[in-house]
Write a protein that binds this ligand. Structure first.
Ligand code: NDP
Length: 490
């Protein structure tokens, strides 16, 4: 049988980067079968040896950082420097997951309480088996690795379906892993289009799916998973807000806002898309923003729009925004495929698609708010809830606003800084999805708690789980409960 292939293309030049098989449902099922065997071997290997192998994998990636960055650059069009940065971040996550897996997931004793004083109790987190990872193209190393590294560190085998736009990067990540773990295919990549991902999500032997992409596709994946009660973790993008408070360092805020919005051509799930500025500093902030954006150039500071279809969405959002909003920078003419120059529009109605839907382009809407509370109310009025930013000179107020922000992550006086802290969980609420990657929560996401209670000695006169239990035992139990729990707190 001839293998049907598809090509990955450099979005900036149209050059073919590589050709990859469109893997059929059958070949995905074969990969899952191999992964099941590999998962059993990997789990048996033990935490210490897995840690050693993952730290070695980290070193292999670090040694290949230049050629991997070149490949990311070729398939996404992003500057090599940005590609290098995302690989560095991925390395820090592999390192953290490897070093912390046993501490977070390993067996520990837990307190049994007075009523269970004759018991000993242990808790540990066991591997699930085979984990399916369905990845995006915008950060083809960093984003899927947030699931892959944590799933592997938790003792699972991984079958990875990269985006059809970045298959070469996905294949390379698995090839490099095999240098550290040559014995079994513990980490495999399957290439293809949406159907290949669908085959992975529908396989009952896959014990969890980690998905990153659009909310609409997440729902389809979840429906496929529902057939087998396969749990999923869904990271579905956002419409992140950036709040500038009255006493913020405006120069720093404008600089961070521009980078958060425009870097990677705005194709960042936690990128800045909406900006709310407190009235008293609106004009000076806008002056800083204007000064900064004048120096930012598409094709120089950031690359092209990776997914050609995205250009239509960006164009529609700009058209809608500029109908009633005030253009500060750019406009409909900023879309010059495959590049999009920076676009900043003020006073866009809050019901405009440019404010409500994920744009995934180098565009922002800016709006005046009476005070920080109003800015927060506007920020929270979104179906999405992935991340957000607060610039403020008052740490206490910034912390309070951050805690009230309806999002999984918030950065204060920095942008996207949480993504570089491996100990922090990453994920959203609402249309941004659910479940967490990264940190201890990210490790537990790919494991199942195993609870064991063991009776150490029979409690004299207190055999409560027996048909031979008498009235005296019940009386003693009531007296004990009254002493332990019967005192009211007034
Ligand atoms: P999708 O959500 O369609 O795709 C994400 C991943 O899911 C890809 O690997 C894709 O494969 C795969 N996939 C597609 N259909 C299925 C299916 N039925 N079952 C299983 N897997 C499937 O995102 P797009 O890449 O098309 O981008 C669309 C929008 O999503 C963007 O405009 C952006 O707004 C958002 N997005 C958000 C990201 C984030 O970081 N949260 C990342 C990327 C996009 P294939 O590529 O082969 O179709």
């Amino acid at each position: 049988m001839t293998t049907v292939t598809f090509e990955s293309v450099n979005p900036a030049t149209g050059e073919v980067v590589g050709s990859h098989p469109k893997q059929t449902a059958q070949s995905v099922q074969e990969a899952v079968g191999r992964a099941e065997v590999a998962a059993a071997w990997w789990a048996e290997l033990g935490a210490a040896e897995r840690r050693r192998r993952l730290l070695d994998y980290k070193a292999v990636i670090a040694q290949h950082i230049r050629d991997l960055a070149d490949l990311v650059h070729a398939e996404t069009g992003k500057p090599v420097g940005d590609a290098t940065l995302e690989i560095v971040l991925a390395i820090t996550h592999i390192d953290w997951a490897a070093r912390n897996a046993h501490k977070v997931l390993g067996r520990r004793r837990v307190s049994t309480g007075m009523i269970g004083m004759n018991l000993s109790a242990t808790l540990e987190y066991l591997p699930l088996g085979v984990v399916g990872v369905i990845g995006p193209w915008n950060y083809p190393v960093f984003t899927p690795m947030g699931s892959i590294a944590y799933a592997l560190a938790a003792g699972n085998a991984v079958v990875f379906k990269p985006s059809e736009l970045t298959p070469g990067v996905g294949v390379r990540l698995a090839e490099l892993f095999a240098e550290s773990v040559p014995e079994h295919p513990v980490f495999q990549t399957v290439t293809g289009l949406g159907e290949t991902g669908a085959a992975l999500a529908s396989d009952p032997r896959v014990k969890k799916i980690a998905f990153t992409g659009s909310t609409a596709t997440a729902k389809r994946v979840m429906a496929a998973c529902a057939e087998n009660l396969t749990p999923i973790v869904a990271e579905c993008g956002g419409k992140d807000a950036f709040i500038v408070d009255a006493d913020a360092d405006l120069k720093a805020a404008a600089d961070a806002c521009l980078w958060g919005a425009m870097s990677n051509a705005g194709q960042t799930c936690v990128g800045v898309e909406r900006v709310y500025v407190v009235d008293s500093v609106y004009e000076p902030f806008m002056r800083e923003l204007a000064e900064g954006v004048a120096k930012v150039k598409a094709g120089e500071h950031y690359g092209p729009i990776t997914m050609p279809g995205q250009l239509d969405i960006i164009r529609r959002h700009i058209d809608e925004a500029t109908k009633s909003g005030k253009i500060m920078t750019g406009g409909p003419e900023s879309v010059r495929a495959p590049f999009v120059d920076p676009v900043i529009v003020e006073d866009v109605p809050e019901d405009s698609p440019a404010v409500r839907e994920e744009t995934f382009g180098p565009t922002i809407t800016v709006r005046r708010a009476a005070d920080a509370r109003e800015a927060l109310r506007l920020a929270n009025d979104s179906a999405y809830g992935l991340a957000g930013t607060i610039y403020s000179g008052n740490t206490r107020r910034a912390m309070e606003l951050a805690r009230l922000m309806r999002s999984g992550m918030t950065a204060i006086n920095s942008v996207i800084s949480f993504a570089g802290v491996p100990a922090l969980p990453f994920g959203g609420v609402g249309d941004s999805g659910f479940g967490r990657i990264h940190g201890a929560d990210g490790l537990r996401e790919f494991a199942r708690p195993k609870a064991i209670s063991r009776q150490r000695f029979a409690m004299p006169g207190m055999n409560l789980t027996s048909f031979s239990r008498g009235a005296g035992e019940l009386e003693r139990l009531i007296r004990l409960v009254s002493i332990l729990h019967g005192r009211r707190k007034r």
